[in-house]
Design a protein around this ligand. Structure first.
Ligand code: ADP
Ligand code: MG
Length: 464
């Protein structure tokens, strides 16, 4: 039979575990005044200040509590609640009144105590928010209609309709624009909202820095007390085991509190290499939608919009040529218009089809034969007899690192992809790894004729 003192010890352990899973605010509001009445091999009786607490803990925190209890007890126990008025503090009496009066509205609108500073104007958000990435500047077409509609629904009712909202698609197709469009709109409509938009790489770096500086609690608090969290390019979590673990708890914490989570990725959850299964399944809880390459009319719309910005009149046949040839990324389409505008400003020459073909020969001339990362991966894995999953893994055998480094070298040479983008294809490796690989292969082919022949041969194959 457990004594009062080991009941307290047991409950202390449970609460310690809960604390790891929820924000400080949530802990103080919902757990700090709970106590363990008694426990045995089958059940634990948890004393709470009033019936609202038991209802809310059952509805929102049961999985967290069950986990913590089985962690502390070493086995699963049935959890039962008991109301103990003596647990009430003044503050909780207020909370209880607010919650239980009929006018207080539905349970979901219960105010939890907010930290005094609203994150709406957080420096991170300001730092990353591009003023051009608004919905006014966002052209909607068949390829992105679903993502756009989902974004609008989330803006109307954050945390309630699609949670998480997971948007995936290829590079330059408007994922970042969509996420930031949501930020602009929410800031305009709900000025006090606590919101964060953060590129995944920065989230990872902040986490590592917090660990190094022993500031993990501050880090957790910052991300777990938000109303809306957006993480761009979440596929960079691949191979970042510790950050995945941390993000898992942050996700649970926000999700339990019905806070909105919005994620973007270059691939659907299932295809993110080395992503833990529990995250894959959570990412699919809400709505997963894809943004696809734009259709012809959309490409025309994007060209016209860009021309307006650049103050340029583009002849119809030139616009047709661009829209008819550049079918991939919107970023590339915009870049093409910007280059033409630059050319006409400097040369003071009208932009004809002939001029366009000359100025954009790299884009248009070889548009059909543009070398992609998939081409590179295909010929390299074939030549070396390895699998893509090996290249994406953390394996460091020479038989794997060499083809991986050759892929990176060829990508630097033959594609316009950035270092980070290239790293993204290989399990989210960072830009310095790609730079190192590029340099290493470049140096080795100077001294290793066999390797030089192989790389030259692969380059030739890519160009066919
Ligand atoms: P991703 O994050 O998918 O790589 P971005 O959101 O960075 O792509 O978009 C690349 C460029 O294309 C940006 O300049 C963005 O403003 C523009 N863009 C993308 N989608 C649209 C759209 N539907 N309408 C207008 N511009 C768009
Ligand atoms: Mg992006």
């Amino acid at each position: 039979m457990p004594t009062a003192s080991n009941t307290a010890v047991f409950w202390g352990e449970v609460l310690g575990e809960v604390q790891r899973q929820v924000s400080r605010n949530q802990f103080e509001t919902w757990f700090a005044q709970t106590a363990c009445q008694e426990f045995d091999k089958e059940r634990v009786i948890v004393a709470v200040p009033n019936t609202f607490y038991s209802a809310w803990l059952t509805k929102q925190y049961m999985p967290v509590l069950e986990d913590a209890v089985s962690h502390a007890a070493g086995q699963e126990l049935k959890i039962e609640f008991l109301t103990d008025e003596s647990l009430k503090t003044e503050e909780q009496e207020d909370l209880g009144r607010e919650i239980t009066t009929p006018q207080a509205g539905p349970i979901e609108s219960v105010p939890t105590r907010r930290p005094p500073v609203a994150a709406a104007g957080s420096s991170n958000l300001k730092k990353h928010l591009n003023p051009d990435y608004t919905f006014d500047n966002f052209i909607v077409g068949a390829s992105n209609r679903m993502g756009h509609a989902a974004a609008l629904a989330v803006i109307d009712d954050p945390g309630k309709v699609y949670n998480p909202l997971f948007i995936h698609g290829g590079l330059g197709l408007g994922k970042t624009h969509l996420l930031q469009g949501i930020s602009h709109e929410l800031l305009a409509r709900r000025p006090g909202i606590r919101m964060e938009y953060v590129p995944c790489e920065q989230f990872i770096n902040e986490f590592i820095t917090a660990l190094e500086k022993n500031q993990i609690n501050e880090f957790r608090e910052r991300y777990r007390e938000l109303d809306v969290l957006m993480i761009d390019d979440i596929h960079f979590l691949a191979n970042k085991d510790h950050t995945q673990e941390e993000f898992f708890h942050t996700f649970n914490c926000l999700y339990n509190e019905q806070k909105q989570i919005i994620l973007s990725s270059d691939s659907p959850p299932r295809d993110i290499p080395t992503l833990e299964e529990r995250l894959v399944s959570r990412f699919k809880w809400g709505l997963v939608c894809e943004v696809e390459p734009p259709v012809f009319e959309m490409r025309m719309g994007i060209i016209r919009k860009r021309c307006n910005r650049e103050n340029m009149d583009l002849a119809d046949d030139v616009a047709d040529l661009l829209a008819g040839t550049l079918k991939g990324s919107i970023r590339e389409l915009e870049g093409a218009v910007t280059r033409l505008a630059g050319y006409s400003r400097i040369m003071k020459e009208p932009v004809t089809v002939e001029v366009t073909r000359r100025v954009l020969s790299d884009l248009l001339g070889s548009a059909k034969r543009r070398i992609t990362m998939d081409d590179i991966i295909e010929i390299v894995t074939d030549r070396f007899g390895v699998r893509l999953s090996d290249l994406q893994s953390k394996k460091r055998f020479h038989s794997i690192t060499l083809p991986r480094q050759i892929c990176m070298f060829l990508a630097r040479k033959h594609t316009p992809l950035s270092l980070t983008e290239i790293g993204g294809y290989f399990g989210g490796r960072d830009h310095s790894t790609v730079l190192y690989a590029d340099d290493k292969v470049a140096k080795r082919i100077k001294t290793d004729p066999e390797l030089r022949d192989t790389v030259e041969d692969l380059s030739r194959m890519l160009k066919i």
